[in-house]
Design a protein around this ligand. Structure first.
Ligand SMILES: Nc1ncnc2c1ncn2[C@@H]1O[C@H](COP(=O)(O)OP(=O)(O)O)[C@@H](O)[C@H]1O
Ligand SMILES: [Mg+2]
Length: 265
């Protein structure tokens, strides 16, 4: 299958006043078309740096980022992004916020079609009836739903999510996970999700990549073989519990809190 996201031998350091800060080291991650990969790793190991490199907002010192067979050299329209902070524009309604990327990417698209597209997505995430509200009139979970709609409204090939559910309470977060599954069933994007929530990674992803401590490289890759469509109960099955124990242990190794040689958790 085509590798839609292909991170090849990426090494990067920030230049700081006290010298170079190595952040990524010979990192390789390939995400096949239509797949959902989660990336977990210790705080500060370089996860957000990775998303900026994929988005073409920065260039790696060494190595290459390829998207859909093309080397990334600058930001691309075929990428959608969502972050922990939904960054919606307060002076625009929810519908106008969701439409924004279409105004930039597809300026000739008839207004009625833009509106229909945004309404279709808002319905899919349970926001029908809130189209004319301002962001501040919505709960945090609803704002994040709207920001997901905005990230995919222009039908990007690739969706990059940097801890988009991190600021939400546990129940709202679980609702959003199910919304992600619903979106994925309807929209054919390839996803890379950065998260520090191991349950989230197992529930949403086909593959979980554990990064080492900084400078980050791939420490461990877990294939998530759970039946779909996934319901939250799947997290309590022996297989999922086993996955979570494995990931927990790998994170402890990445944090330098457990030796890599020790037996299974
Ligand atoms: N623009 C920057 N200049 C210098 N250092 C940075 C910059 N951005 C991030 N860093 C540092 O690089 C490391 C990795 O940051 P980041 O990719 O945001 O980590 P993560 O998302 O995994 O928590 C951190 O130590 C952070 O302080
Ligand atoms: Mg980050």
């Amino acid at each position: 299958m085509t590798k839609l996201i292909d991170i090849k031998g990426v090494t990067h350091a920030y230049k700081t006043a006290s010298g170079p800060l190595p952040v990524l080291r010979d990192l390789n991650i390939a995400v096949p078309e239509g797949a959902f990969t989660a990336v977990v790793g210790p705080s500060g190991c370089g996860k957000s740096t990775l998303t900026r490199l994929i988005a073409g907002l920065m260039h790696p010192d060494r190595g290459e980022v390829w998207l859909d067979g093309e080397r990334v050299k600058s930001p691309r329209r075929t990428v959608g992004m969502a972050f922990q902070n939904p960054v919606l524009l307060e002076w625009r309604t929810i519908l106008q916020n969701v439409i924004l990327p279409l105004e930039i990417v597809a300026p000739t698209m008839p207004k009625a079609r833009r509106i229909a597209r945004a309404e279709e997505l808002l319905a899919l995430v349970g926001l029908s009836g809130f189209e004319d509200k301002r962001p501040s009139e919505l709960s945090g979970g609803m704002r994040q739903r709207a920001s997901l709609c905005r990230a995919i409204v222009h039908r990007p090939d690739v969706l990059i999510l940097d801890e988009p559910f991190g600021a939400l309470d546990a129940f709202t977060r679980e609702d959003l996970w199910q919304t992600m599954h619903a979106l994925r069933a309807e929209e054919p994007f390839t996803s890379l999700l950065i998260t520090h929530d191991l349950r989230e990674s197992v529930f949403l992803a086909d593959e979980v990549v554990v990064l080492s401590g900084r400078p980050a490289t791939t420490q461990y890759v877990l294939d998530v073989d759970l039946p779909g469509p996934r319901e939250l109960e799947v997290l309590y099955t022996p297989k999922a519990v086993d996955y979570l124990a494995t990931l927990r242990r790998q994170i402890q190794i990445a944090q330098g809190r457990a030796p890599a040689s020790q037996g299974a958790a």
